[in-house]
Design a protein around this ligand. Structure first.
Ligand SMILES: CC(C)(COP(=O)(O)OP(=O)(O)OC[C@H]1O[C@@H](n2cnc3c(N)ncnc32)[C@H](O)[C@@H]1OP(=O)(O)O)[C@@H](O)C(=O)NCCC(=O)NCCS
Length: 327
């Protein structure tokens, strides 16, 4: 059964795979546009990427993407977007794609594969059937912008501002100015403090070049968004970051909360709360016609979950990151 490699020269096959992705997608959260899907198949900052589609009887039956970290975590591969067309399921297509991905992982000399799926449903059943262990649990929460109590958000903002004296906020929309890349590298590195539960992974290393790649990926995915950086006024050091991104024309009205981080030496000043409420107010002021913001955290991330709950985020569902040590 032919498994075809996808690349920039196969846009028609990628488009057919995207149609299968939309049909196969049972995620009640936001779906990927064709632009976003295409970039995810071909490009990931800090990783090389391989993507494949399986064609059966002239139809695309499924596909997957394998990301190979190049600057850290070179012992593992990340399995993304393994899915099978609804009409082709339970005939071993998923297993065949996974065998192919495992062979690629071995060929690259890597000893661990990590994937993710909703904590219940076909993805979880498939992962367990293939010997993956649930190494971490992520909780998704949603904030409904149609019913949010903006007076409460404004009051939380005022409280946080009082505690965060000595810090100033810098805001931008769209791609970050290049002058911020070194600060963004420092801040994204701070994300290594987020809980990893039992995942066999090491800290990610970020520099300005990797930030440039990430920014380019966001832009080519069609995302725009609201970004806020907190800076320590006395030293000029970057202290914290948050961002919310969305497609300019997302008919489903989803916005996605991206990384939020406060660096260790700047914690305890309610900067996390300040960044999130100030960014929500900025999003409101943009009148982008969005309905909901979705956020992902390790379920064990107490401080971030507490802030989200204060803002009115409601539990949506749970996901697992699955890992398989190759023998
Ligand atoms: C998960 C998915 C890729 C499985 O594809 P598939 O081609 O149906 O998988 P296979 O036929 O190779 O199934 C292999 C085994 O996994 C388990 N399995 C797969 N789907 C299952 C389901 N819906 N319920 C229970 N077990 C299931 C079974 O043990 C199955 O063996 P069996 O059919 O002999 O009982 C497919 O359901 C899908 O695309 N789901 C949406 C995306 C997703 O969740 N991807 C997984 C990310 S880890």
């Amino acid at each position: 059964m032919p498994i075809a490699r996808l690349d920039a020269a196969t846009p028609a096959l990628i488009e057919r795979l995207h149609e299968v992705y939309l049909a196969a997608n049972d995620d009640p959260g936001p779906a990927m546009s064709l632009d976003h899907f295409t970039i995810t198949l071909l490009f990931s900052s800090g990783c090389s990427v391989e993507s494949y589609a399986e064609v059966r009887d002239g139809s695309v039956a499924g596909g997957y993407t394998l990301a190979l970290p190049e600057t850290d975590n070179t012992h593992l591969t990340l399995l993304h977007q393994l899915f099978v067309a609804p009409g082709a399921r339970r005939h071993g297509v998923g297993s065949e794609l996974l065998r192919h991905a495992l062979a690629r992982t071995r060929a690259h000399g890597r000893r661990l594969m990590i994937g993710e799926s909703a904590a219940t449903g076909p993805g979880a059943a498939f992962a367990k059937a293939h010997g993956f262990e649930a190494a971490s649990t992520d909780a998704r929460r949603v904030l409904d912008l149609r019913t949010i109590d903006w007076d409460r958000v404004t009051e939380l903002h005022a409280q946080a501002v009082r505690h965060a004296e000595g810090y100033e906020l810098e805001q931008w929309t769209g791609p970050a100015p290049q002058s911020l890349y070194p600060d963004l590298a420092t801040l994204v590195t701070g994300m290594n403090d987020a809980p990893i539960d039992d995942l066999d992974i090491e800290d990610e290393r970020w520099d300005a070049g990797r930030v440039a790649d990430m920014e380019q990926k966001h832009e080519r995915s069609g995302f725009t968004g609201c970004h806020l950086l907190a800076r320590h006024s006395a030293t000029g050091e970057p202290a914290g970051l948050t961002r919310i991104v969305y497609y300019a024309a997302d008919h489903a009205g989803w916005a996605r909360q991206g990384d939020t981080v406060v660096l260790r030496e700047h914690r305890g000043h309610r900067l996390g709360l300040l960044l999130k409420v100030a960014n929500l107010l900025a999003l409101r002021d943009r009148r982008a016609g969005l309905d909901r913001v979705i956020t992902w955290n390790a379920a064990s991330n107490g401080p971030m979950v507490a802030i989200n709950e204060q803002l009115g985020f409601q539990p949506f569902d749970e996901w697992h990151e699955w890992q398989l040590h190759l023998v």
